[in-house]
Ligand binder design. Structure first.
Ligand code: GLN
Length: 415
């Protein structure tokens, strides 16, 4: 009796849930889709998101959550993201967690799409969101096999095609062959500001950056605090939020701003942002990176870390499959502490020829690549990981505190 009652209640609750929560399409309503690589390998699945086809460098991210932040992170521009977490979309998508104003990833590959978006913050299902942004995806893919392929053979260009089966792979290959290499495209030009923008809290500034601040952040952000210029190569909102939450006033500058343009703003410090693509494509800006960073207390994150290393004579190289996930262990070489960090990069700074002027401060414990450095005499600190997480653990957020402290110490010493 009791069992019957429970069943009736469960059925009623499930019906209410399905009426009130965004729902996803059933599997039977989906057409076949394929993901094809340059080497001819073909993964079959079912269509997801907007219809059509999409091309990009296929990478994988091992985060269990944070699919919204990942897909809107400008550093994923030009890349098709494979989510290794096999169940995607279960908490939906909201209008607060974006890391930029656009859907940035070129496409998504998932195993299973959740049938219900079940979270009080959900405003859309993951799939409704893909469709709204015209993003082509593929689901029901064996993402374990795909991830093994990428891990063992390295990342590469791929194409997702809807309404297609294995027989359509040769035609898809032709499209791939005509596509430029990932490393040859200047993706930063597609995502970064081309003019100065002020991260405003009062909303009536003509330079306003579209960052939406929570009421708490608005209350914390003073008008006349420490002023930091962010050299924008595709900055994530979380980085700006972390600065603002420390009472820092932020101005974004375009990547071609030179020393005099930055000096005219009279900042207390400069941050070189994350961003998409091969750091070698940023060669035209490297001389200014050095000139500006020698002048102000400086911090670099991910692409910013790579640019700073190059500015002092270092080189970068492409990793086989990169680091993309929330649990990359990084060791501070000075006190030997280990932090779990969020990472998203496909290139890294070379150990060979690492500049004498710089000191390696952090090492990735998975593959012992350089994960952070500091200048030996100037207040310049850079990390390959993402201290802002977004998504990821908060182990490394103290990097922002150290930056704020480095600024204070620098000016205290000069006073
Ligand atoms: N998140 C980033 O800034 C990425 C930096 C660079 N595009 C890389 O993949 O290595």
């Amino acid at each position: 009796m009791r069992h019957t009652l429970d069943r009736a209640r469960n059925a009623r609750e499930e019906q209410q849930l399905s009426q009130s929560r965004p729902r996803l399409k059933s599997l039977s309503g989906r057409s076949p889709a394929i993901l094809v690589f340059e080497d001819g390998s073909c993964f079959e699945g079912l269509s997801a998101g907007a219809g059509g086809s999409t091309l990009g460098e296929v990478v994988f991210n091992t985060s269990m959550s944070g699919y919204q932040e990942i897909a809107t992170d400008p550093s994923y521009r030009g890349q098709i993201v494979t989510y290794t977490m096999p169940h995607m979309g279960n908490y939906g998508v909201n209008s607060v967690d974006d890391e930029s104003v656009e859907f940035q990833a070129a496409g998504v590959v998932v195993r299973s799409l959740a049938r219900l978006a079940s979270n009080h913050r959900a405003e859309q299902s993951f799939e409704e969101w893909l469709v709204a942004h015209g993003v082509v995806g593929i689901c029901e893919v064996d993402t374990r096999e795909l991830t093994r392929k990428l891990r063992d053979g390295g990342v590469g260009l791929g194409i997702i095609v809807h309404d297609a089966t294995r027989e359509d792979a040769p035609a898809a290959l032709k499209l791939l062959a005509a596509h430029p290499d990932y490393g040859s495209v200047d993706f930063v030009s597609e995502v970064a500001t081309t003019r100065a923008l002020h991260v405003s809290v009062d909303g009536d500034n003509a330079w306003e950056h579209p960052l939406r601040l929570t009421p708490l952040e608005q209350a914390m952000a003073p008008g006349e605090g420490t002023h930091v210029v962010v050299m924008d190569f595709g900055v994530k909102f979380s980085i700006l939020r972390h600065l603002v939450a420390r009472g820092i006033r932020v101005t974004l500058m375009p990547r071609d701003a030179d020393l005099s343009a930055v000096e005219a703003l009279d900042p207390d410090g400069v941050l070189w942002s994350n961003g998409p693509g091969d750091p070698d494509k940023m060669e035209p800006f490297i001389a200014q990176v050095r000139a500006i960073s020698e002048r102000f207390p400086t911090m670099g994150i991910c692409l910013g870390h790579q640019l700073l290393a190059k500015a002092f004579g270092g080189q970068t190289f492409k990793l086989a499959f990169g680091h993309r996930g929330p649990n990359q262990p990084v060791q501070d070489q000075r006190d030997k502490t280990v932090a779990m960090t969020s990472q998203n990069h496909g290139y890294a700074v070379r150990r060979e020829g690492f500049p004498d002027e710089l000191e390696v401060t952090h090492v990735n414990l998975n593959d012992h690549t350089i994960s952070g450095f500091a200048h030996r005499t100037l207040p310049i600190h850079a990390v390959q990981y993402h201290p802002e997480a977004g998504p990821g653990p908060n182990d490394a957020t103290s990097f922002f505190d150290r930056f704020a402290l480095a600024i204070d110490e620098h000016y205290a010493a000069r006073a």
